[in-house]
Design a protein around this ligand. Structure first.
Ligand code: PLP
Length: 371
C-alpha cells in the first residue's frame, strides 16, 4: 500500500528523488556541503529574479522562524510595521512584531477579502511613523491570493519598505522583484518548491540588509549576522539542517527540470481545476470566489449536516489514502484541500474519489451530498 498522499500545503508529498537525497550524512563544515548551500541560495535568488539586487539568507527552522527573523532584522527598533491581515498568517506576523517590541498597525479585512491598495495608501499617508508594510502573498488559511504587486507599488510610492510572506506561493506564483519592489520575501523549503520541512529563507535587498545592523532582538534570528558568517565562511552559523538542505537541493533540480515557475504553476492550476470540478460535482461549495482563489489550497464549506464531524470525515478519507487539512476559520465550519506537492491530476482524481466514498459511507449522511 502506498503511503498517504498529503493534501496539505507543507509538509506535503515529496518525490522519491527528494526523499532519497536524505540518505547521506554531510559534514556541516565540509566543502561539499558548503557548495550545496551556495548552489541552493543561488537557485532561490534565480527563482526570485533578484540576483542583482538581493541576497538569499537561509535559516534553520520552520517558516515562522524566518518571518520572525525578517521582521526583527529589518524593522528598526523605532520603526513601525503595518500588517495587512486577512487570515491567520497575517495575524501571526502582527503578533511577531508585537512580541519583539516593534510598534504595529493592522489593516484587517475579513477572511477571503483582499486588502485594498487605496486603503493602504491612505493609511501610509495618515501615519508617517509606519516604516514597513507586511503582506501575505497567498494567505494559506483560506487560499486567497492577495494583490502584492499593487501593495508593493503604493508602498514604494509612499517611500516605505515591503516585507512579503510568500511562504505558500514562492516558486509557483510569480512576484517580480523589479516590478514589485520588496525589501524581503520570506519562504521555506516545504511548500511550492516541494522540499521537506526544516529551513526557511529570506530573499533580502542587499542594501536593506546592510542597514540592519543592531536591529535584531535575537542572536539566533539575526539575518545580518547569519549572512555575514555565511559570506565569510561558506557555512551556516550554528548546526545546519544538513539532510533538509540536501533534499531541498534535489527538489530544486527537479523544479528546474520540470520547467521552473511556469511549469510548476501550470501543474498546480491543473490540480486545482480538477479538484474544484470534482468536489463541486459532489455538491461541496468553495469558500472563496473563483477570481481570488490561488491554486495552492482550496477552502471548502463543511457538508451541511448538523452531525458533520471533521475528524470522522478526515479518518474516512485517511483510510482511503489521502490526508486533508482542517479549516482555519473561526466563523464558518470549513476544511481545506491542498493542490501542491509532488502530485498531479492522477492523485487529485483519486482524492476526489476518496472524498466521494467517504461522504457516502458516513452515517450522518442519510442522503449523499452529491447527486
Ligand atoms: C506555512 C506558512 C508559514 C509558516 O508556517 P510554519 O508552520 O512556521 O512553517 C507562514 N506563512 C504562510 C502564509 C504559510 O503558508
Amino acid at each position: 500500500m502506498r503511503e498517504p498522499i498529503l493534501l496539505t500545503p507543507g509538509p506535503l508529498t515529496t518525490s522519491l528523488a527528494t526523499k532519497t537525497a536524505m540518505l547521506n550524512d554531510w559534514g556541516s563544515w565540509d566543502g561539499a556541503f558548503n557548495a550545496l548551500t551556495a548552489r541552493v541560495c543561488l537557485q532561490l535568488l534565480r527563482i526570485a529574479g533578484a540576483e542583482d539586487s538581493h541576497v538569499c539568507v537561509p535559516l534553520q527552522g520552520s517558516g515562522t522562524f524566518a518571518v520572525e527573523a525578517a521582521v526583527g532584522s529589518l524593522v528598526p527598533r523605532g520603526g513601525k510595521l503595518l500588517v495587512l491581515v486577512n487570515g491567520a498568517y497575517g495575524k501571526r506576523m502582527a503578533r511577531i512584531a508585537g512580541a519583539i517590541g516593534r510598534r504595529v498597525a493592522v489593516l484587517e479585512t475579513p477572511d477571503g477579502v483582499a486588502p485594498d491598495p487605496a486603503a493602504v495608501e491612505s493609511l501610509l499617508r495618515a501615519d508617517p511613523g509606519i516604516t514597513h508594510v507586511g503582506v501575505i502573498q497567498c494567505e494559506t488559511s483560506t487560499g486567497i491570493l492577495n494583490p502584492v504587486a499593487e501593495i508593493a507599488a503604493v508602498t514604494a510610492r509612499a517611500g516605505r519598505r515591503l516585507i512579503v510572506d510568500a511562504m505558500s506561493a514562492f516558486g509557483a506564483l510569480p512576484l517580480d522583484a523589479g516590478a514589485a519592489p520588496y525589501d524581503a520575501l520570506i519562504a521555506s523549503s516545504n511548500k511550492c518548491l516541494e522540499g521537506v520541512p526544516g529551513m526557511g529563507f529570506v530573499i533580502v535587498r542587499a542594501e536593506a540588509l546592510e542597514e540592519a545592523e543592531g536591529n535584531c532582538h535575537s542572536l539566533a534570528l539575526d539575518l545580518l549576522d547569519q549572512y555575514r558568517y555565511l559570506r565569510a565562511t561558506g557555512q551556516w552559523r550554528f548546526t545546519p539542517p544538513t539532510h533538509v538542505v540536501a533534499a531541498f537541493g534535489a527538489a530544486l533540480e527537479q523544479y528546474f527540470a520540470e520547467g521552473g515557475q511556469p511549469a510548476r504553476l501550470a501543474r498546480y492550476e491543473a490540480n486545482c481545476r480538477l479538484l474544484c470540478e470534482g468536489l463541486e460535482g459532489l455538491g461541496l461549495r468553495r469558500f472563496l470566489p473563483a477570481e481570488r482563489q490561488a491554486p495552492i489550497i482550496v477552502t471548502w464549506h463543511a457538508p451541511e449536516h448538523p452531525d458533520y464531524d471533521f475528524h470522522r470525515f478526515y479518518d474516512a478519507v485517511r483510510s482511503r489514502g489521502f490526508i486533508l487539512y482542517p479549516g482555519k476559520l473561526t466563523q464558518v465550519e470549513t476544511f481545506r484541500v491542498g493542490c501542491i506537492g509532488a502530485i498531479d491530476q492522477a492523485e487529485i482524481g483519486q482524492a476526489v474519489d476518496a472524498v466521494r466514498a467517504a461522504l457516502d459511507e458516513l452515517v450522518w449522511l442519510e442522503e449523499p451530498v452529491y447527486q
